[in-house]
Design a protein around this ligand. Structure first.
Ligand SMILES: Nc1ncnc2c1ncn2[C@@H]1O[C@H](COP(=O)(O)OP(=O)(O)OP(=O)(O)O)[C@@H](O)[C@H]1O
Ligand SMILES: O=C(O)c1ccc[n+]([C@@H]2O[C@H](COP(=O)([O-])O)[C@@H](O)[C@H]2O)c1
Length: 194
């Protein structure tokens, strides 16, 4: 059975930080594939300049089209909002009927607040979580540090964010090196984040 790592995010827009992590997980962990799950509405994110689901999906698609181990998923587009990961996992299991073994991919920053996620205990009981290092504030719960379901992967750290990219672009600064070329072209042609 194929091992799939699910990488959840708003990807507004996807940037090279995301891509480096997904590729690292697909190449250097035991995962066979990584699926970007584009989230319509993340539970803890307050309103921001959020592009349509379709455009965020399209940019992910453009970013990964030459990476056969990376895929983009629209599974959350038709689910109730905000999108809770546990609910999406249930839907994925139903849809794929045991064709894949699913795991989660998460930055160390998100692991620090993971105890606030809906039914996080159930997630941890049923799914492995692949965690990569991130520079972040806050304490990691002791029980997460050496939990058998949490696998630490020593991926590179790239401290850029979509917020920084959107803001910089609006202010007229050059953001090209932070995005895959295809994403930059799409975003520029569509006049996004201006
Ligand atoms: N530079 C980065 N390196 C590794 N992981 C990242 C990076 N930026 C974001 N992530 C993580 O990737 C996932 C999806 O990211 P998300 O779409 O929320 O991007 P973001 O850049 O943090 O967005 P925003 O700035 O709009 O809040 C989240 O779990 C987030 O913590
Ligand atoms: O299920 C939850 O309770 C939950 C709470 C916060 C975040 N998430 C998921 O984690 C993803 C990344 O979170 P964020 O806040 O860093 O964008 C987000 O897109 C959601 O899919 C999920």
């Amino acid at each position: 059975m194929k091992k799939v790592g699910l990488y959840f995010g708003t990807f507004n827009p996807i940037h090279i930080g995301h891509l480096v992590i997904a590729n690292h997980m697909a190449e250097f962990s035991d995962l066979d594939e990584v699926w970007f799950v584009i989230t319509p509405k993340s539970p803890f994110k307050t309103k921001q300049t959020l592009l349509d689901n379709h455009h965020r999906y399209q940019m992910v698609y453009e970013a990964i089209k030459e990476y056969p181990k990376l895929k983009a998923s629209k599974i959350e587009f038709d689910l109730p909002q905000p999108n809770y990961t546990i609910d999406t996992l249930v839907h994925l299991e139903e849809k794929h009927k045991s064709a894949f073994t699913f795991s989660l991919i998460m930055g160390e920053d998100n692991l620090k607040s993971f105890h606030k996620w809906k039914n996080y205990e159930a997630i941890l009981e049923n799914y492995a979580i692949y965690v990569y290092p991130r520079i972040s504030k806050g304490e990691l719960m002791n029980r997460f540090a050496d939990h058998p379901k949490i696998k630490w992967v020593d991926a590179p750290i790239m401290e850029i964010s979509s917020t920084f990219i959107r803001k910089s672009h609006k202010e007229g600064n050059n953001i090209k090196p932070m995005l895959p070329d295809t994403v930059w072209k799409y975003l520029d042609e569509m006049n996004f984040y201006r």
